[in-house]
Design a binder for this molecule. Structure first.
Ligand SMILES: [Zn+2]
Length: 311
């Protein structure tokens, strides 16, 4: 751990946010978010802070693949895209493949160069639900998955941009889970990919954080009840320090999500999720329901939390 790193990054983020608030108050708001040492840089240079605009664009890029559920053409396309995006940020992705109900499922796992401690896993599912069974129409198609699937992947890739795998002082894995969202359809279980990963670990991580449905314009992130209390509070404390009111330190829902298989192995795990989302598992889970500021608040909170542990 490097306490000085967190204080510098944390203060820089707070200062950046303070400048933004002041600009808003004066009616002269501009893109202050990634100003500073990287100002004037090209898009190919890593941003200093998690970039919400880029995250929203990445949600749109995922939706352009159409259905990304197992067996679809988009399923293969998004795997290639995640590998490319990780590669462009300096990360290499390992494919963890396995067979389930006649389908080949693939978790994609990016790993830092450092194999030391702590060992942390940050995860999100990249598949969408193949059937929008919460829809009011009689023959719904797949869930577009802007928020449910797309937002979590965008947050993980945005963190890959700002945390170079060879400069981290910990073992960090970015896990893109397959097969999360087909539960109850054709006898599929939920959280299939994360279950496979949790049952095939070379060593137990010190902590796992899952992001799912974190892009809602009306973002309200309550404590998920099954999550590890200490790690949960630590993340929410970081968000509070950065002024992100979307993180509400009160319990609300209990979820089965990609953190559950790790909890079942006795591993501390947290699910960051806003389950108050009226478009959940409907055809209306589209790009216009997701916002830059919501994605950025989650991305920057996790950047600061991870830098504290891996800086
Ligand atoms: Zn879902």
């Amino acid at each position: 751990m490097h306490p000085s790193a967190i204080s510098k990054l944390y203060e820089a983020m707070r200062t950046s946010l303070g400048v933004l608030c002041l600009a808003l108050a004066l009616g002269s708001c501009g893109p202050a978010s990634n100003a500073g040492p990287m100002a004037g840089s090209t898009a190919s240079v890593a941003p200093r802070f998690f970039d919400g605009e880029r995250a929203l664009a990445r949600v749109g890029e995922q939706l352009a693949f159409g259905d990304r559920s197992p067996g679809s053409a988009g399923h293969a396309a998004i795997q290639a895209w995640i590998k490319d995006e990780l590669g462009a940020a300096g990360w290499s992705a390992q494919a963890q493949s396995f067979s389930y109900h006649g389908q080949r499922l693939v978790n994609l796992i990016g790993s830092s160069a450092d194999a030391g401690s702590p060992y942390l896993v940050l995860g999100a599912h990249y598949d969408n639900r193949p059937l929008a069974d919460q829809a009011s129409v009689s023959q719904p198609g797949p869930v577009p998955g802007a928020n449910d699937g797309g937002s979590g992947v965008a947050v993980l890739l945005g963190l890959a941009d700002v945390m170079h795998p060879e400069k981290l002082g910990c073992r960090l894995q970015l896990a893109f889970f397959d097969g999360e969202d087909s539960g109850g359809l054709n006898n599929w279980d939920w959280v299939v990919g994360s279950t496979y990963m949790a049952e095939h670990l070379d060593q137990p991580p010190d902590g796992v954080v899952v992001v799912d449905m974190v892009g809602d314009k009306d973002l309200q992130l309550f404590y998920e009840r099954n999550s590890d209390p200490d790690m949960r509070q630590a993340i929410w404390d970081v968000a509070s320090g950065l002024g992100y009111a979307a993180f509400i330190a009160q319990p609300k829902y209990s979820m089965i999500d990609d953190h559950t298989p790790f909890l079942n192995q006795g591993i501390p795990a947290v699910d960051i999720i806003d389950f108050d989302y009226p478009y959940w598992h409907t055809p209306q889970d589209t790009l216009d329901k997701v916002s830059v500021s919501s994605l950025e608040s989650v991305g920057r909170t996790l950047q600061a939390w991870l830098t504290d542990r891996c800086g």
